[in-house]
Every structure is written in C-alpha cells, then in structure tokens.
Design a protein around this ligand. Structure first.
Ligand SMILES: NC(=O)c1ccc[n+]([C@@H]2O[C@H](COP(=O)([O-])OP(=O)(O)OC[C@H]3O[C@@H](n4cnc5c(N)ncnc54)[C@H](O)[C@@H]3O)[C@@H](O)[C@H]2O)c1
Length: 267
C-alpha cells in the first residue's frame, strides 16, 4: 500500500533535480504521474518512473505557454479521470544586483518561476474545483523568505510563489483544496552545480556553511517534504511555507562556540 494509491499527480520540472525526485517518489508511493518538463528526461529517469508506475508518462511542456499548460491538464484528466496533486517544481536560476539587471533577465526568471506556477495552478484548479478537492505544492525557496546578496529577481519570484500559495489556500480552502509550498535551502541539483564554478566557488562555499547542518540537501529530502504536504498526513495544513533548508533560516552563527573552544558541533 502506497500513500498515493489511486491518486493522479502532475509534476512540473520533472526531468531533473527536485521535480525528478518528486515524480519518482510519488510514483513509488502508488501515484499515476504526469511528469512534465520543457526538455526530455534522461532515459534512465524515464525508465525508473515507468517501472515504479507503468501508467505514468513524461510530456514535453513549457510552463510559460498557457494554451499548452491547459491542454496538458486536460489530457491528464481525460486519460486518468481526475487530478489530485500538482507539484510546481519547474524553475530557473538567475539574478544579480538590481542596478546591473536588465529587463529581459527579470522577465525570463519571473516568467518561469512565477507566471509558470500561476498558469499550472490556474488550469489545475478547474478539475480540482469540480472534484471539490486537491493538493497543490509549489517549490519556492529560502530566498523567497529572506534576502541573499545578488538574489534580486530570483528572490522576488520565489517570494511571489510563497504569497501566491497563501492566496490559493485562502481562495480555495472551502472547496477542499489545500495549497502549500516548500522553501528549500541549497540542494545538490544540476541548477546549483552550475553555481559552484569559477568565481562563484567561494560564495557557494559560504552559502553551504550557513546551513546549520553543515551540508547541502539532496533532492530526495525535498521530495519527502513535498510528499508530506501532498498527502493526507498533512490534511489540516494549508497556506504553509515549509523551510527544507538544513537550518539556513533558523538563525546565524557568529563564531561564539568556536571562541569558547566548543567547535562546530558545540561539544
Ligand atoms: N537546487 C536548489 O538549491 C533549490 C533551492 C531552492 C529552490 N529551488 C527550486 O526548486 C525547483 C527545482 O530546481 P532544481 O534545483 O531541481 O533545478 P533543475 O535545474 O535540476 O530542475 C529544474 C527543471 O525545470 C525545468 N524547466 C525550466 N524551465 C521550464 C519551463 N519553462 N517549463 C517547464 N520546465 C522548465 C528544467 O528543464 C529542469 O528540468 C526550482 O523551482 C528551483 O528554483 C532549488
């Protein structure tokens, strides 16, 4: 028995990283997954998904394209009869200090991270409202909760996702639809591996050091939190932004323990 037996889930950004781990975890727990991404998954990822849940499928979809989003939701519901869970994990990195940021970069990041999330939610809500139930989990970021240097448009996009999620919880809660988001810290995925190159190596090391567990997270650790929010285990949780961040947002280290000779572990 899986927690998602009989459930139909749509996962965006499913060819990679957090979305990929989430699609697989849902499939392993019994869901029929419509896994969508703007690009093809690796063959082994497709095979793993289908091995876990033979009625699942990958579809090519750009979440910025409203007609295509609407068609994918319609096809999913037509094929599977319902839509229980939506996970918005499609996203892009980007940013820079505001005085150096051009408008095209602003639009690129907002279009995928915020508008794409909005469009998928918008079209997924129709079947969920008809069913009078559903669970939406959006992938925001710790950078949607607090500022980090140079984050600008990425932070703005993720803060938008947090408030969009809370608004969904307010507007659709009476219809039995829950909406929550996860706010991951630094997670080891293709997106962040690119950040650890060249001159970004040192800022990347400092970023990791600010996670109180002293390491990056794994996509599977974020997927586990997403599955909790998408499952009946969280039946009274809506409008929540769950930090999955190894303590990044818990507080700051000033070096007092080290000064006392207690080291990083406080012993
Ligand atoms: N990795 C981290 O440290 C981290 C931290 C906080 C939040 N996030 C967020 O988690 C989500 C997943 O990121 P990831 O780290 O797994 O990155 P990733 O690059 O491994 O995966 C993102 C996926 O989104 C897809 N995508 C991009 N644009 C798309 C579009 N227009 N339509 C459909 N799919 C599109 C990409 O093809 C890719 O497969 C993103 O929203 C990201 O902002 C990541």
């Amino acid at each position: 028995m899986g927690r998602f037996d009989g459930c139909v889930a749509l996962v965006t950004g499913a060819a990679s990283g957090i979305g990929g781990a989430t699609a697989l975890a849902l499939a392993r727990e019994g869901a029929r997954v419509a896994a969508v991404d703007v690009r093809e998954p690796a063959p082994e990822q497709r095979e793993a998904l289908l091995a876990a849940s033979p009625k699942s499928a990958f579809h090519e979809l750009d979440v910025r394209e409203e007609d295509a989003v609407a068609a994918t939701v319609r096809q999913t519901v037509a094929a599977a009869g319902r839509l229980d869970v939506v996970v918005n994990a499609a996203g892009v990195a980007g940013g820079g200090p505001v005085h150096l940021l051009d408008g095209a970069e602003w639009d690129r990041v907002l279009d995928v991270n915020l508008k794409g999330t909005f469009l998928v939610c918008k079209h997924a809500l129709a079947p969920m409202m008809e069913q009078r139930g559903g669970r939406i989990v959006n992938v925001a970021s710790v950078e949607g909760l607090e500022a980090t240097d140079g984050s600008s448009v990425y932070a703005a996009s993720k803060a938008g996702v947090v408030l969009l999620t809370r608004n969904l919880a307010v507007d659709y809660g009476r219809l039995g639809i829950r909406a929550n988001c996860v706010c991951p810290g630094l997670i080891d995925t293709p997106m962040t591996r690119m950040l650890f190159q060249g001159e970004l190596v040192e800022p990347g090391r400092r970023f990791v050091a600010q996670h109180q567990l002293g390491r990056e997270g794994r996509p599977e650790e974020v997927a586990a939190a997403i599955l909790f929010l998408a499952s009946e285990e969280s039946s009274f949780v809506t409008g929540h932004a769950l930090a999955v961040d190894g303590g990044f947002t818990a507080g700051h280290r000033m070096g007092v323990l080290e000064m006392l000779g207690l080291g990083g572990a406080g012993r």
